[in-house]
Design a protein around this ligand. Sequence first.
Ligand code: IMP
Length: 202
Amino acid sequence: MKYMYELFFVSNNTHKYSEIKSILKDRIIDIDLKFHKQNIIEIQEENIKKIALEKSICAYNILKKPIIIEDDGLFIKSLNGFPGQYSSYVFKSLGNTGILKLLKGNKDRSALFKSIFVYNNGVTTKIFTGQINGTIATTITPGGWGYDPIFIPHKMNITFGKLKENNQKNEFSHRRIALDKFVKWLNQKKKIKNSYNKTLYS
Ligand code: IMP
């Protein structure tokens, strides 16, 4: 039987877990991704990468096993990057309706979604980022979660919400771009380990 490497995704967000699980399913076969549902308090910090790194340390200290965490942000150009690192708080307080109100009458609706994953096994800490440019819709569409109903990725004319309904969101998302880098890194690590073992035992 093939050895499966246990990896915990630590988060309070089940939507993220199911997207990650589905993205990884077709890519790596020796990772057994488990969900550890826990809210990790984020530090107040301007730099989203620093927030993610701190989060990974907290998550590792809770489980003392290999973990990944993810931190995201929606950055709207004409609002000087707002809500950015405050995306979670702003979603809970203003929601999509509030964002559309802020952009009312604004011609420049460009925005981007950023995903930052941090892998931490207590020895190695590694960051993987994904970014997708797009625009903010003028109305809220059905489907998806969080900002999905108002974010239209570049070169598409429908929101993440609609794409999610069509089972296509994972092909385009910021999450998928960051996870592709994570998978590439894991495969490289595996190759190095295998060639080392071959040299050692040949
Ligand atoms: P955090 O990483 O949990 O702090 O997420 C920041 C905010 O962005 C939360 O309000 C999420 O709901 C939202 N968010 C993160 N990723 C996505 C996504 O893929 N679609 C829609 N909203 C997202």
